[in-house]
Design a protein around this ligand. Structure first.
Ligand SMILES: [Zn+2]
Length: 412
């Protein structure tokens, strides 16, 4: 705690109304941003006993916000990636025992401590790329005890690492093999037993559902998300990823905080989401891991006035990356987004996708003292030089938690 002054900022992207300040200073007091402005208006004499960090003329942004991950699981599926890359059909991959079921099996067999140990380096990988808030979904347990174990791990990660972990209950990720014959009973169980227990133990902020023809119908999704709302869990939804099934309209109907994927969203969907204030979360990493050049299109959503967030969708099947700025490179290269649109999508709009827009995602007095210092003042640079990292330092609530040397070495 105490006072931290970040000086010699070449360019500060405050993300408040796209305000950028050249030659800026930021002051953080007791973990919260206290003062932001040009260095000409800054008086160091007012701040006794402060720690001074030199940004070396670099770019400074809010701590990045990762708003959609399946962070906690065991096992890997690299064989499926190679199968897809070499043209093996999905049905054949499923016949070989691949897909979500493979991760569910490995996850159920892992202990809580093993799942925690697997997830810790993933959290630090995000942090090293400038991410200071990470959403984590359950969903690879699919039975009561295993889902609780995943949510417990998320709570432990929040305490054990500098990163804020925001927990989402996704018990309705897939129908497990043992419930295929009686899916109605499985949905009943989620609504009547799991959700009230998750809420009572305060293990999640959000309730999410995978609304697709291969997972949960719109009616089942409505039931699950309404049960979540009743228990105090805010709704999120995986919608229109593989086909248009009505998930986006359901998101608008329920006032969901976010609707995620939206590859097949229509103009009508976009209008409804905009009116409901639901954030559209686009996940370009899926196109790469699925070995298909089908990137989501932000234009339709933007034209209707939907706020766009970008996320990795980190998971062992359809998007296996912990590099959020790389999603910005993909969004520029394949989705027609500008650098400023990308910055909004991984800061303030991603914060809105977690209902945290009043606390993180902007460099503004009263917001959390989470900052990223990048090498060089060019606001396009971190996306232009894709796949690596231009992060020099990451500051979490007023403390330097990551230092990267120019040769790529990272100290955490
Ligand atoms: Zn997902």
């Amino acid at each position: 705690m105490g006072l931290l002054v970040v000086k010699n900022i070449g360019l500060l992207l405050t993300m408040s109304n796209r305000l950028a300040i050249a030659d800026a200073v930021v002051v953080i007091k007791d973990g919260v941003i206290e003062w932001v402005g040009p260095s000409a208006e800054f008086d160091l004499d007012l701040y006794q006993d402060c720690t001074v960090i030199d940004a070396d003329g670099g770019l400074v942004t809010p701590g990045l916000v990762e708003c959609h991950t399946h962070l906690i699981f065991a096992g890997g599926r690299s064989d499926e990636f190679e199968a897809r890359a070499t043209g093996v059909p999905y049905a054949e991959i499923a016949r070989r025992g691949g897909g979500i079921a493979k991760t569910v099996k490995a996850t159920r067999e892992a202990s809580e401590d093993q799942l925690f140990e697997l997830a810790v380096p993933r959290v630090y990988s995000f942090l090293a790329q400038g991410v200071t808030t990470v959403e984590a979904k359950s969903g690879y347990g699919l039975d009561f005890d295993s889902e609780m174990r995943l949510l417990n791990v998320a709570a432990r990660l929040d305490k054990a690492t500098p990163v804020d972990i925001v927990s989402t209950f996704l018990g309705a990720h897939s129908i497990p093999a043992e419930a295929k014959e009686n899916r109605a009973a499985f949905v009943d169980d989620i609504c009547d037993r799991w959700i009230p227990e998750v809420a009572q133990r305060q293990l999640a902020v959000f309730c999410d559902v995978f609304c697709e023809s291969i997972a949960f119908s719109v009616d089942e999704s409505r039931r699950i998300l309404k049960a979540g709302l009743l228990a105090g869990l805010k709704p999120k939804i995986h919608a229109e990823q593989l086909a248009r099934t009505g998930g986006a309209l359901l998101a608008a109907e329920l006032g969901a905080v976010s609707a995620d994927h939206l590859d097949f969203a229509s103009k009508q969907d976009a209008k409804a989401l905009a009116e409901a204030g639901t954030v559209g979360v686009l996940l370009p990493g899926c196109a790469v891991s699925m070995c298909k050049p089908d990137f989501p299109d932000p234009k339709l959503l933007q034209a209707a006035g939907v706020k766009i967030a970008l996320s990795t969708d980190y998971n062992p099947g359809s998007s296996v990356t912990l590099n959020l700025p790389l999603m910005g490179s993909f969004a520029m290269a394949f989705m027609g987004m500008s650098a400023m649109e990308v910055w909004e999508a991984i800061t303030i709009n991603a914060a809105a996708a977690l209902d945290l827009q009043d606390f993180v995602g902007m460099v503004k007095p009263g917001y959390k003292g989470d900052l990223v210092i990048f090498r060089g003042a060019d606001p396009v640079g971190p996306f232009y030089e894709y796949g690596g990292s231009k992060v020099a330092k990451v500051i979490k609530e007023g403390s330097v938690v990551v230092r990267r040397d120019p040769c790529g070495g990272v100290t955490i």
